[in-house]
Design a protein around this ligand. Structure first.
Ligand code: 5GP
Ligand code: ZN
Length: 134
């Protein structure tokens, strides 16, 4: 595994993921421990650790994809809103050291836990098929 990085391995297809969008520079896939239905991660294919070591050009392109994917998830799942999270450093709760934006859909005024809990693989597979952007 390159860099010993699980998200690089996902980007290279060495580790499977419930992919919903891919282009030349980025990948979006469902989080396996979702905070809410449709919780998605958007990553650049090129490895960097966090906001501070990622080139501004990459960030700009990535945020365009975050917007596109969030808009698609919101419409498809009829979400009422969404949180964008981007953790930097262990102290901030970053567990995977490959920059990623979380898109966390929100439904009604329901409170959610921002603690991970294991997702159901069958549900995630079906959801990824429903959310896939051609
Ligand atoms: P962080 O806390 O670093 O901001 O978030 C890392 C996220 O990656 C967590 O929400 C965790 O559930 C997710 N994650 C960790 N390993 C994998 C994996 O192998 N596949 C997917 N799809 N998500 C993962
Ligand atoms: Zn990486």
């Amino acid at each position: 595994m390159k860099n010993n990085c699980i998200f690089c391995a996902i980007a290279e297809g060495e580790i499977p993921s419930f992919k919903i969008y891919e282009d030349e520079m980025c990948l979006a896939y469902l989080d396996i421990n979702p905070f809410s239905k449709g919780h998605t991660l958007v990553i650049p294919k090129a490895h960097s650790e966090g906001l501070l070591d990622t080139p501004c050009e990459t960030l700009a392109e990535l945020v365009k994809r975050v917007k596109k994917v969030a808009s698609h998830i919101k419409a498809t799942l009829n979400a009422d809103g969404f949180n964008i999270l981007q953790n930097n450093g262990e102290a901030a709760g970053q567990t995977v050291k490959h920059i990623h934006f979380h898109i966390v859909p929100r439904y009604g005024m329901n409170e959610i836990s921002f603690e991970s809990s294991k997702g159901d693989m069958y549900e995630l597979k079906a959801l990824a098929e429903r959310l896939r952007i051609a």
